[in-house]
Design a protein around this ligand. Structure first.
Ligand code: CU
Length: 457
């Protein structure tokens, strides 16, 4: 069973990170002398940031034995602000994963595995057991006048099979290179990110950076769903994925960005083609597309972005269709005494043009995750899409856009901690609504059910 394989990999990886737990009396050469990749950039000069995770404001406490708050590789702020790729999330977001120092490198490891039983009702529904997973290693060090960053992220999703998992009304990518995946979520590629960054500080609170990923994530959309706090406990991929964050695995991307205080402006050049059905390889293709994003974190709790991308040829099966994507999103993160509560609202629009294609389809997402003492987590997601990919070529309904709505509500109980790993069990129910003309195809009230075991690092 693929799920077991993912569990074994995560379990094997766990002991080697165990020494990275924050220690009050670190051994010489460990946390106490952890390199400061952004030395000279006093975090306390930024009103919207905290100097240390334990709330002690003096910057001198950050490196005297308490868990050093790892700095971003992209600019003079905490790594808390880093979402997926080069995206931003609120500064109030808790640090994920485990942190350690290895020579001159500050290293972070982070990951999850979900073992899922999935049932989608209705004539187009299906049932499947599968695992989803992600393991990420990030490392930053000073190099010359700036900071060098490396990031590797892999997933054992390809073990779920080329056709992914059942998810009614989901569309995007292909299992066989010939027909589109409909009512299924595609597996993510084994290599989700292999990227490098270099940033140079300027002024008191500015930085310029370059990012290269093969694969990587261009400056387009909010942080990807499995990386944002408001959605990361939910094993269901959002139906809005291909309107908001589907470019998170892009085989070839270069980004230049500049940030100053609470603002960041970026531009990316990249290969727009979505990953193909071969999920274990690295694909290369010329850079044919661009995107730009403005991100603003005006206060600790809030992060907002607007972005635009011109994707020359994203679809393997419709290479002549160009997609111009516009997205806007805001995430609010309340870090209270016992509660972490993150909510995201996002809007995306795909304008598609090509031979016989001229459409503009909008999507909305609102999602929220409320976690009490790292034990009880409640999450919900409401979405709406206008989807014209539900019927194959030749079907009379092919190309017609249908408004689909989904409300998912779920709960996870975290029952155990083994070293740095946390284990939870949970469930999520999704209620779908579609125009009654689709009743014959989908049934009148299709639902999505998942129960899952979740391991997190
Ligand atoms: Cu994806």
């Amino acid at each position: 069973m693929p799920g077991r394989l993912a569990l074994i990999v995560l379990a094997l990886a766990a002991p080697s990170f165990a020494f990275a737990q924050p220690a009050d009396a670190p051994s010489p050469g460990a946390a106490a002398s952890a390199p400061d990749p952004m030395a000279g950039h006093d975090m306390s000069t930024h009103g919207h940031d905290r100097s240390t995770s334990d709330g002690q404001g003096s910057p001198s406490t950050a490196h005297t034995g308490h868990d050093p708050e790892m700095k971003s590789g992209l600019g003079p702020y905490s790594m808390r602000r880093e979402g997926s790729g080069t995206s931003w999330q609120p500064d109030a977001t808790p640090m994920q994963g485990v942190h350690l120092a290895a020579g001159d490198w500050a290293v972070m490891a982070h990951g999850f595995v979900n073992v899922v039983h999935d049932e989608q009702t209705g004539p187009r529904g299906d049932t499947k057991g599968f695992s989803q997973s992600m393991a990420m290693l990030m490392a930053n060090r000073r190099a010359g006048p700036g900071t060098l960053g490396l990031r590797a992220m892999v997933s054992l999703d390809p073990t779920m099979g080329k056709s992914g998992y059942p998810l009614v009304f989901q569309t995007g990518e292909t299992a066989d290179g010939a027909t589109p995946l409909v009512d299924r979520q595609h597996p993510h590629d084994f290599f989700m990110e292999l990227s490098t960054t270099y940033s140079i500080p300027f002024g008191d609170d500015g930085a310029a950076f370059a990012y290269f990923g093969l694969p990587g994530e261009p400056a387009l959309g909010p942080p990807a769903f499995m990386h944002r706090f408001s959605g990361m406990r939910n094993p269901e991929a959002p139906l809005t994925h291909h309107w908001l964050d589907s470019t998170h695995i892009t085989f070839g991307v270069a980004t230049l960005g500049v940030s100053r205080g609470p603002m960041q402006l970026e531009a990316s050049w990249f290969n727009s083609r979505e990953p193909d059905q071969l999920r274990w390889n690295i694909e290369t293709r010329r850079f044919d597309s661009w995107s730009a994003r403005l991100s603003v974190n005006p206060v600790r709790a809030l992060s907002m972005q607007v972005s635009y991308g011109d994707l020359a040829s994203p679809e393997q099966l419709e290479p002549d269709v160009r997609v111009r994507r516009t997205t806007a999103s805001a995430t609010y993160h309340a870090d209270l005494r016992d509660v972490q509560w993150a909510s995201t609202i996002a809007y995306g629009r795909n304008r598609k043009t090509g031979p016989g294609v001229d459409s503009s389809e909008a999507a909305w997402l609102v999602e929220s995750t409320w976690a009490f003492r790292d034990t009880h987590t409640i999450f919900a997601r409401a979405e709406q899409v206008e989807n014209s990919e539900l019927f194959a070529h030749g079907d009379p309904l092919h190309g017609e856009a249908f408004r689909i709505r989904k409300l998912s509500v779920g709960y996870v109980y975290d029952f155990a901690k083994t070293g740095p790993l946390k284990w939870g069990v949970g469930g999520v129910v999704g209620f779908l609504s579609a125009p009654s003309r689709l009743d014959a195809t989908y049934g009148s009230h299709p639902r999505s059910y998942m129960v899952f075991l979740q391991g997190r690092l």
